[in-house]
Design a binder for this molecule. Structure first.
Ligand SMILES: C[S@@+](CC[C@H](N)C(=O)[O-])C[C@H]1O[C@@H](n2cnc3c(N)ncnc32)[C@H](O)[C@@H]1O
Length: 223
């Protein structure tokens, strides 16, 4: 599998004791250093996934990375007794030796291993309530063939990776959303807010995870 070019991923412990990955060459992290689990739970699970009450929820993640959002969603699907079909897009899957060292396995060892052992390119059952399809692709090239209730927009920051925060992509995501579906992201920059509005979303600025004032929740209100 293709690797992140010329970049060495390193493990780093964040403020809540959970790991993140740091990319020193890019001066970037996969999560907030104020707490990776805290951020993931706040931004993606509480502000995103738990906003949707349906017997079957379709989630798509832009940037699978460590699989933390997938793991926390699998756990939430069990407690909410909701069936989840989870599509995870990732251009640069992490090496297995890094995944093996992540301390997220302490949260729920069985689900952590099932999420990571799921074969790429196939819909795989991880739990009775949770099915995942991990796809190795540049998400800008992804053909949105399903309709989604929740989008986790978890790319690197616009300052580091401006090409993935684009009007063209947000327009295509809007077209692929179910009515009342939400896009959540840790990023609250003015440029991203404007593009999301332009795409057709109702954009809310809500309290961010620890150490961040705001995050965005963007909802498709009409069919
Ligand atoms: C901020 S990290 C978040 C990772 C993940 N959600 C997690 O919890 O570990 C961004 C992720 O997006 C991936 N990524 C960056 N550009 C991408 C692209 N154009 N297409 C697909 N994945 C991309 C990176 O490899 C990385 O895994």
């Amino acid at each position: 599998m293709e690797k992140f070019p010329n970049i060495t991923p390193l493990l780093q412990v964040t403020a809540d004791g959970s790991h993140t990955i740091s990319l020193p060459e890019m001066d970037e992290h996969y999560h907030s250093i104020n707490g990776a689990i805290q951020e993931s739970q706040h931004v993606y699970i509480e502000a995103g996934f738990k906003q949707i009450r349906k017997p079957e929820i379709h989630v798509i993640e832009m940037g699978f990375g460590t699989g933390l959002n997938a793991l926390l969603t699998a756990i939430a699907s069990e407690t909410q007794e909701t069936k989840v079909i989870y599509t995870a897009l990732e251009k640069f899957p992490l090496p297995q030796e890094i995944i093996n060292r992540l301390n997220y396995s302490d949260i729920n060892p069985a689900l952590f291993h099932a999420v990571h052992q799921a074969e790429w390119g196939k819909v795989e059952p991880v739990a009775p309530s949770f099915y995942i399809e991990k796809i190795q692709i540049d998400f800008r090239a992804f053909d949105f063939r399903d309709k989604y209730d929740v989008v986790y927009y978890d790319a690197f920051a616009p300052g580091k990776q401006p090409e993935v925060w684009s009007q063209e992509l947000f327009n295509r995501i809007f077209a692929a959303m179910n009515t009342q579906g939400v896009v959540v992201t840790y990023c609250a920059s003015g440029g991203v807010r404007r593009m999301m509005r332009q795409a057709g979303f109702a954009v809310e600025r809500i309290a961010g995870a620890a150490g961040k004032r705001e995050m965005l929740r963007c909802r498709r209100l009409k069919p």
